[in-house]
Design a protein around this ligand. Structure first.
Ligand SMILES: Nc1nc2c(ncn2[C@@H]2O[C@H](COP(=O)(O)OP(=O)(O)OP(=O)(O)O)[C@@H](O)[C@H]2O)c(=O)[nH]1
Ligand SMILES: [Mg+2]
Length: 197
């Protein structure tokens, strides 16, 4: 949209493009942390305490220190460039919330699959979900301290990824690191969209 404006430096008001990106991955992989690290608005969270009652259904092996879990979604926003705004939707990590995914995935341009190499199999379902629906995704390996460092190639192999799917190492707590992941998703999704249109 172009406006005649008295200030010559501001003659163009840019309407940003807004894109919806999902943040998926296994239980406790760091999805809520990732959205919180980059969001420029106070992220909406739907955390509930993990309870004794949930213990038989919630597999917390490897994340014993975890006290809460996402029960509906995380929501955040980041302006990547003045003309590009991402809305981030973090999915719940536990299997019992699968019924929410189709709702969350509607209209998504792309996705991040956050992987924890200590429990890599936890993100198989997310990889499978996006592959089936043709939603472009980047695998972001959240490098927890104490977890073995696997080279990109072994993560790619273990998840049986298509050669074009990006794999990025990240720290879900670090804004710049998460921004790199999001740029990867947007670039990959744009290329995938251009290739199919
Ligand atoms: N050391 C380390 N800890 C992290 C990192 N990312 C997340 N955590 C911690 O790991 C735990 C799980 O993080 P969450 O962000 O709640 O994970 P989630 O994927 O949203 O979990 P669910 O919603 O229950 O599936 C929290 O205690 C975080 O503080 C990381 O990069 N390094
Ligand atoms: Mg969460």
């Amino acid at each position: 949209m172009v406006y005649g404006h008295s200030d010559p430096g501001r003659s163009h008001i840019i309407e940003p493009v807004t894109l919806k990106i999902l943040v998926a991955g296994g239980f406790g992989a760091g999805k809520t942390t990732l959205v919180g690290a980059v969001s420029e608005i106070k992220p909406l969270r739907t955390e509930e305490l993990l309870t004794e009652a949930g213990r038989p259904v919630d597999n917390i092996a490897g994340v014993e220190g975890k006290k809460t879990t996402t029960v509906a979604m995380d929501f955040g926003r980041i302006t990547l460039r003045e003309d590009l705004v991402l809305y981030l939707f973090g999915t719940p990590g536990q299997d019992r919330f699968w019924f929410l995914w189709d709702e969350l995935a509607t209209g998504a341009l792309g996705a991040v699959v956050l992987a924890d190499t200590r429990r890599l199999e936890d993100c198989f379902a997310a990889v499978d979900y996006f592959e089936r629906r043709g939603i472009a995704f980047t695998v972001a390996v959240n490098c927890f301290e104490g977890a073995d460092n696997y080279p990109e190639e072994s993560v790619r192999e273990a998840l049986d990824l298509d050669p074009g799917t990006p794999v990025v190492m990240c720290d879900a707590r670090e804004r710049e690191s998460v921004k790199r992941v999001l740029i990867s998703v947007v670039e990959h999704a744009m290329l995938a969209t251009a290739a199919t249109s």
